[in-house]
Design a protein. Sequence first.
Length: 172
Amino acid sequence: MLAKKINDYAFFLQSAEELAPKLLGKIICRKLDDDFIVRCRINVTEAYCQGELFTDATRAEKQGKKNAQHKKGGHLFVKSIRGGFRFDIVANEEGIGEGVLIRGIDPYKEGPMIAADALNIDLDFDSINLLESKEIWLEDDGAIAILCKPTTRVGIDSDKELRFFIKEIKFP
């Protein structure tokens, strides 16, 4: 099956907890300046839900502000951390403040900064709409991701099992 661009907002307009496992196996595509397109399969995600005290959206709300996580699902939220960047795919309706952290992409080692670096994502990509961008988008090639049991998120003091990862991929 040929990969098709995901261009339906309905895919993204669900909670981060629902979206995170559904992003596994999808292909994130990034067109570089020389027109070369990098395609990587998403293999690890973490859901960050509305109102959780440690999310960037909640921190912004406490300051009376909004950030890109408050946009309509299907946008990117990019954050500068420790000399690099990490990115979330925004989930849910506009104003909710949820996102799915992309922690791992094939063929790279797991790590949100590694994923952002591999795709050359920086703060210029904050708020980009994946459904309209010609620089970065998601594709679905019909591959079915068989998931491992969810675990707790890395570096988060919570017993919620919102870290999702692939056990294997089955191709049509």
